[in-house]
Design a protein around this ligand. Structure first.
Ligand code: ASP
Length: 334
C-alpha cells in the first residue's frame, strides 16, 4: 500500500512507499524525483498558460526518467536522460535556457553522483556545451577526476565527442531581458552578487538494482561575473548520493549551499542521527540553511524510494514518479 501526502504551510510533500527490504535487494521498485528550481514562484506571477507549460515539461522529464528505469536503465542513466530533457527546454536555467553572465555569455555547471560507489563527475563554467549533465557523466566515467572547469573541461568534452552548440542556441529573450534588468539594478548597488536565475534542474533516481544517483545542472545566477561558480557542480553542496542514505539535488542561492554543505548534510543527518529523509531535508533547509540566511530547496530520495522535498522559497518546480504510478507535479508552497 502506498500513499502520497501533501502537507501545506511548510512546503513539504511527503511520499511514503511501504516496501520490504528483501524486495528492495531483489528487484527494487524504481522511482524518479526532480526539481526545476526554487524561487519567487507564486500563482500571481505565473499565468495559467505558463503554469501548464511548466507542468507539461516536468511531467515529460519524469516520464523520460521512468521509461529509462522501466527498461532496466541505471539510476545514473535515468538522471542524465531526465535532466537532458530539462536542459533542452528553454524554460529552465540549464543548457538551452541558461541565464546570461555579465559578459553576455552562458556559463554552465553540472554534477552527477552515483550512490552505489560514491563516484562523482562535475563541470563548472563550461560554454557552448549542449548538455552539461552528459559531460559531468563523462568526467565520472572517463576521467580520474571529479571536477573539471572552463577551457580544460571543454577540451575534455571535445575528446569525449560531447555535442556543442553555437551561442545563438543559448539565446532566449527572457534571459537576455533579465540580464539587462540586472545590469540596470546593479547601477544602484555593488556589483558581483548576481541575481537569482531561477530554474536550475535536478534529479534523483532509484533503479531496480537498488542504486541511487543524483544530478544537478544550472546556468548559475544572472549577471554572474569573475568566473563565479555556485553549488550545483560542488559535490556535497549541490549534489550528493549514497546508497546507504539518499540521493539529493539542491537549488537556490549557491553561496549558502556551499557554506552549509547542504546535500552532504542531508545524507549525514540520516547516517549519523538516524533521521528519515523528510526529517533530514527539513533540518538542512528549514533550520540550518534558513538560519544562515540562505534561500532555496532540495529534492531527495532514500534507498527505499521515499521522496522528500523541502524549500524556504515561495515555490519550487518539482515532481516525482514511482514505478507503475502517475506523475505528481508541484509548483507552489501551499
Ligand atoms: N544554485 C544555483 C547557483 O547558485 C542557482 C539556482 O539554483 O537557482 O548557481
Amino acid at each position: 500500500m502506498r500513499r502520497a501526502l501533501a502537507v501545506g504551510g511548510s512546503g513539504l510533500l511527503i511520499w511514503m512507499g511501504l516496501m520490504t527490504p528483501s524486495a528492495m535487494s531483489q528487484d527494487a521498485r524504481h522511482a524518479i524525483a526532480i526539481h526545476g528550481g526554487a524561487g519567487t514562484i507564486t500563482r500571481k506571477n505565473l499565468t495559467p498558460e505558463r503554469e501548464r507549460t511548466y507542468r507539461d515539461a516536468l511531467t515529460r522529464a519524469l516520464r523520460t526518467g521512468d521509461s529509462v528505469l522501466a527498461q532496466g536503465g541505471t539510476a545514473v542513466d535515468a538522471v542524465v536522460a531526465t535532466l537532458m530533457t530539462m536542459e533542452d527546454s528553454p524554460l529552465f536555467n540549464a543548457g538551452k535556457g541558461a541565464v546570461f553572465t555579465s559578459a553576455g555569455t552562458n556559463e554552465l555547471d553540472a554534477s552527477i553522483m552515483n550512490g552505489a560507489d560514491l563516484q562523482a563527475g562535475a563541470v563548472a563554467a563550461v560554454e557552448l556545451v549542449k548538455n552539461p549533465i552528459k559531460l559531468a557523466r563523462a568526467v565520472l566515467e572517463h576521467s580520474p577526476h571529479v571536477l573539471l572547469v572552463g577551457a580544460g573541461a571543454a577540451e575534455f568534452a571535445r575528446e569525449q565527442g560531447i555535442e556543442f552548440e553555437d551561442a545563438d542556441y543559448f539565446y532566449t529573450e527572457r534571459r537576455w531581458k533579465a540580464l539587462q534588468k540586472a545590469k540596470e539594478k546593479e547601477k544602484e548597488s555593488a556589483p558581483g552578487g548576481g541575481t537569482v536565475g531561477g530554474g536550475t534542474v535536478g534529479a534523483v533516481a532509484l533503479d531496480r538494482y537498488g542504486n541511487l544517483a543524483a544530478g544537478t545542472s544550472t546556468g548559475g545566477r544572472t549577471n554572474n561575473r569573475w568566473g563565479r561558480v555556485g553549488d550545483s557542480p560542488i559535490i556535497g553542496a549541490g549534489t550528493y548520493a549514497d546508497n546507504r542514505t539518499c540521493g539529493v539535488s539542491a537549488t537556490g542561492h549557491g553561496e549558502y549551499f556551499i557554506r552549509a554543505a547542504v546535500t552532504h548534510d542531508v545524507s549525514a543527518l540520516m547516517a549519523y542521527k538516524g533521521m528519515t529523509v523528510q526529517q533530514a531535508v527539513d533540518e538542512a533547509i528549514q533550520t540550518t540553511l534558513t538560519e544562515l540566511g540562505g534561500t532555496g530547496g532540495v529534492v531527495a530520495m532514500d534507498h527505499a524510494g521515499n521522496v522528500a522535498f523541502s524549500f524556504n522559497t515561495e515555490g519550487m518546480y518539482r515532481g516525482y514518479l514511482k514505478q507503475d504510478g502517475e506523475p505528481v507535479v508541484g509548483i507552489y508552497r501551499d
